[in-house]
Every structure is written in C-alpha cells, then in structure tokens.
Design a protein around this ligand. Structure first.
Ligand SMILES: Nc1ncnc2c1ncn2[C@@H]1O[C@H](COP(=O)(O)OP(=O)(O)OP(=O)(O)O)[C@@H](O)[C@H]1O
Length: 260
C-alpha cells in the first residue's frame, strides 16, 4: 500500500534487514497516520523488534527507506531519531534500577536537552533551563502514571508492572510524536494489562501521540488498535482492522503454526 496523504507520520518502504544469512525483515512496507494507534503483531521471531530497531536507529536497514515526519531517518543514530520525534520502550526493561523513580524521568529530560544543545543551541527549549521546572514536569508525568507517590523509591525496587509503566513515562519525557512500545504488557497480570491498555489509549489523546505497539498476544491489541500489521518470518502477511486481522486465514495459520 502507498502512503499518499499529508497525514502520514511514518512511511516505511521496502525495508529489509539481514543478520549474516538470516533475513530478519524482507521488504516490509507500512505507514502510520498521525494520531493512529497501530498494532504490530506476529509469532516469535517474526521480526517485530528488528523493525523497531530499524525505526529507532539501533540498526540501519540493509535496504529500503524510513521516512519520519517527511524526513528520511533510515540509518540515523538513535539519539538523532529520538530528537526527530520517535521514542521507544524495550521488551526487556531498561531502567536505571539504582536511581530513583523521579531521577529516571528527569534524566530523560536532561538527555533530551543535552542533545538539543549539541545539535542546536538555538533550539534549546526554554523549559529545559531550570532544574525545578524539570522536576515539576517529571512529577507531572509520574502523576499520570500513578507513580508520583513512589517518586523517591529506587526504580529497581518497584513492582514489575510499575517498572513497565515507568519506562513509558520516561519515553514520554522526550516529547515524542511517535511512541514505539515493545510488548509493554509483557509479564503483567490480566488486570495490570487491561489498565495499561486503557492508559495507552488515554495518553494517545492527551499527548497527541501516534503509537506503534508490538504485541504477540493478538487478543490484547484487538481492543485498542485502529489498525494492525502482521509480520511472520520477516514478511508482512496482513494489515487491516482488528476484525479483518482476526478473520484473516494467513494470520490464523501463522499463529496456529506457532502453537503446533
Ligand atoms: N542482532 C541480531 N543478530 C542476529 N540475529 C538477530 C538479531 N536480531 C534479531 N535477530 C533474528 O532475527 C529474527 C527476528 O527477531 P526479532 O527479535 O525481530 O523477532 P520478534 O518478532 O521481535 O520476536 P519475539 O516476539 O520473540 O520478540 C530472529 O530469528 C532473531 O533471532
């Protein structure tokens, strides 16, 4: 499919990535419109995280193009892509476990400010100028995630579910346009998962975000996503509404194959 309207925030065309002889992604094309909440699903090893790694500059694509906000970002370094408006969370939580909850969010503001300064002094946002203001903004984000009460706890001492929420809070500190969430509900119980999915839907509205959400459990994404892309063995095998995806024979086969 072709991304044709001005509403497109992310446009990936024919992106491929190989690791030695293994083709982890084969000519994947997809687009995400501004404001959409899109699911990316697929069985284990389908290439979901590899696609995130290309989108965030962890690896350059072997071929193909990645356009974010009308700018080619394929092969850019992660901090530059972050500056261009893409922030992510990781499948394996990457917090500073020996730092407080508050400092984990504050450091994200500082990192963002540092790179702003590095790339352009003139574009340094005013709100990064005062430590007190950064603390306030970090606390505001923590409140949204119901983590404000634990602001001075060590991140590593928090429950697993709260650590996952803190990771998202930290990603938001970069003020992203596009938020990439890699299995944000992994390891959560059903109640935590439901709350998190509601929170994700809510922050999309509140922060005017566009979200790409990786999940290998199909039922989780069905309720919240506008559209869903399905990867299997590095190839895009389907895209469509949750209902279309649920009834797509190729998708059913891919998932049944995994269980076999
Ligand atoms: N850095 C790497 N070096 C070698 N192979 C890799 C690398 N990263 C990913 N792969 C391989 O690429 C394929 C796709 O992996 P990827 O992690 O993207 O899948 P996934 O869909 O995210 O899977 P899961 O749901 O299990 O996390 C796998 O076969 C994986 O082993």
């Amino acid at each position: 499919m072709t991304a044709s309207t001005a509403e497109v925030l992310l446009d990936v065309q024919q992106a491929s990535r190989s690791f030695g002889g293994l083709k982890a992604l084969s000519e994947v094309s997809l687009h995400i419109n501004r404001g959409e909440l899109i699911g990316l699903i697929g069985p284990n090893g389908a290439g979901k995280t590899t696609l995130f790694n290309l989108l965030t500059g962890v690896y350059p694509p072997s071929s193909g193009s990645i356009i974010l906000n009308n700018e080619s970002v394929g092969g850019m370094k992660p901090f530059r892509i972050n500056r261009k408006g893409a922030a992510r969370t990781f499948q394996n939580i990457r917090l500073f476990t020996a730092m407080t909850v508050l400092d984990n969010v504050k450091i994200a503001f500082h990192q963002h400010a540092k790179h702003s300064m590095f790339t352009s002094m003139l574009r340094l946002p005013k709100h990064f100028s005062g430590e007190g203001e950064i603390t306030q903004k970090a606390m505001d984000i923590l409140k949204i995630f119901n983590l404000a009460d634990q602001f001075d706890e060590l991140a590593g001492n928090m429950s697993y579910g709260n650590q996952r929420r803190l990771e998202i809070a930290r990603a938001l500190a970069a003020g992203p346009k596009l938020l990439l969430l890699d299995e944000p509900a992994a390891g959560m119980n059903p109640n935590e998962t439901r709350d998190l999915m509601n929170l994700i839907a809510w922050i999309r509205e509140e922060f005017d975000l566009t979200i790409l959400l990786i999940e290998h459990d199909m039922s989780l994404v069905m309720g919240v996503c506008d559209r869903i892309y399905v990867l299997d063995r590095g190839m895009l095998i389907a895209d469509g509404s949750p209902l279309e995806i649920r009834n797509n024979p190729k998708v059913i086969e891919a998932y049944l194959g995994q269980e076999a």
